[in-house]
Design a binder for this molecule. Structure first.
Ligand code: GAP
Length: 436
């Protein structure tokens, strides 16, 4: 199956209102995006699916929601203040700025084509800073978190105590992170404000290796379970020079984006780096006492770190299909029903009031359990196409026979097969297919 082009995906996302340019009425804010009704639902479904698999279905992981702004010392301890930077060069001719390590040719400016026009490379820290309180000054400089992970490490002891967990156990959190990326781009793939889904899994040092292998496989399986095609997913081990300052080993789960293989998620063995550093910097003891072994030590950490906005984008790309049906082109998003923004559309065959009345009754039956949409405009064929294009798994059509037989036609998005189902049996029929 051919991958869609980047333009096809961006056009669909804009046309159907998955994603809008941020601050559009003011001319737009570069590389910032707002999620429209369908995009917000897709993103929420991705996050819910992650939370369900990482927290709800496990008894060894608990959740957390920590603050975006933390004490500045957190970022000194984590190494972000000193090490979280990218090499920045500026073209002295056109003044465009670039990340040196991402350039195909480090001598040539990709904006104006000039060679040898770059300034010396300098380290550019990626953390966004702001001031806390009414007067800006040195003493109240704070940062927006560049990862959700540190909020977990600094709460390790709090969470362990209240959840009464023994090793191994994990703490999961999702939420916004901010990085002042030098070169954001590829639509929502790399932005300065984005959402992460991270879990820190605390283990005995000698068990870290086996848990690392476990989480690499587990995280790859999560994407496959949600319908991502195996041919578009791969695992790639980081090479020595690529490893982050905290990592002993890292695997990336990569997706075949329209521009090539690129990172979806990183699974890192962070050793005891973070707990040890926060202990040193805070003066608080963050070791763990293993009663069975009668010893105290810093737990080691395996971290699966995913991007929610990036995953939603990849699911959108992977679901995109174009096909010819009875001589005409059909665009269909084959999203897993757990991710689809709308689970079922309820459509009257015509706008006649007695049909619309039944549509309201049918919608009322389904709405408490699933996200549904009622659409009474246009010809039925166009409404089916619109629902296919936004990935709605089922269309429920109320026609003139419904008034006699109290049954509706349910059309399956992927097979386009139609079943005639009594209105009384409809919720059960949907529950068999959608769950919930
Ligand atoms: N705590 C480890 C950590 O943050 P990372 O590889 O820098 O590791 C994890 O980030 C994930 O967050 C990435 O795999 C990606 O999915 C997402 N991510 C990172 N920077 C991003 C950006 N600028 N825009 C969108 N997603 C981003």
């Amino acid at each position: 199956m051919a991958q869609p082009t980047f333009e096809q995906i961006v056009n669909l996302a804009k046309k159907r209102g998955f994603v809008f340019q941020a601050s559009e009425i003011y001319g737009g804010l570069r590389s910032a995006y707002d999620y429209g009704p369908l995009g917000a639902a897709l993103l929420r479904n991705v996050k819910d699916a992650w939370w369900r698999s990482m927290v709800q279905l496990r008894d060894d992981v608990v959740g957390l929601d920590s603050a975006v702004i933390q004490a500045p010392r957190v970022w000194e301890a984590s190494g972000h203040a000193a090490q979280f930077h990218d090499p920045l060069v500026e073209c002295t001719s056109c003044h465009s700025r670039h990340r040196l390590d991402k350039l195909d040719d480090p001598e040539r400016c990709p904006a104006c084509g000039l060679r040898g026009s770059f300034t010396e490379s300098r380290d550019f820290n990626l953390m966004f800073s702001t001031h806390m309180g009414p007067v800006a000054g040195e003493g109240n400089l704070v940062y927006l978190r560049p990862e959700t992970a540190q909020g977990i490490f600094i709460n390790f002891e709090n969470v362990r105590r209240v959840s009464r967990r023994k090793l191994p156990f994990g703490i999961a959190q999702l939420g916004k992170s901010f990085r002042n990326e030098i070169t954001p781009g590829q639509f929502v793939f790399r932005t300065r404000e984005f959402e992460q889904m991270e879990m820190e899994f605390f283990t005995r040092p000698e068990e870290a290796g086996q848990w690392f292998d476990y989480w690499v496989e587990e995280r790859r399986a999560w994407y496959l379970d949600l319908g991502m095609r195996a041919a578009n997913l791969r695992l790639r081990a980081h090479e020595g020079g690529e490893l982050a300052h905290y990592a002993a080993a890292t695997y990336d789960v990569e997706y075949r984006f329209p521009w090539g293989w690129d990172e979806l998620e990183g699974i890192a063995n962070r050793t005891d780096f973070d707990l040890r550093r926060h202990s040193e910097f805070s003066g608080k003891d963050l070791t763990y006492f293993d009663q069975a072994a009668g010893k105290r030590f810093f737990p080691h950490v395996i971290e699966p770190a995913a991007g929610a906005t990036r995953a939603a984008f990849a699911f959108l790309i992977d679901a995109y299909h174009q096909e010819i049906v009875r001589g005409s082109a059909r665009t269909v998003l084959r999203l897993d029903s757990r991710l689809a923004p709308v689970k079922a559309a309820v459509l009257p065959l015509s706008k006649k009031p007695d049909l619309v009345e039944v549509v309201e009754r049918v919608a009322g039956l389904l709405r408490p359990r699933w996200d549904i949409e009622v659409d009474v405009t246009q010809a039925i064929g166009r409404r089916y196409r619109r629902q296919d294009e936004i990935g709605t798994p089922y269309c429920v059509t109320v026609d003139f026979d419904t008034l006699d037989d109290q049954a509706v036609t349910v059309r399956d998005r992927d097979t386009m097969a139609q079943d005639r189902i009594g209105i009384d049996a409809l919720a059960g029929y949907m529950a068999d297919r959608l769950g919930g």
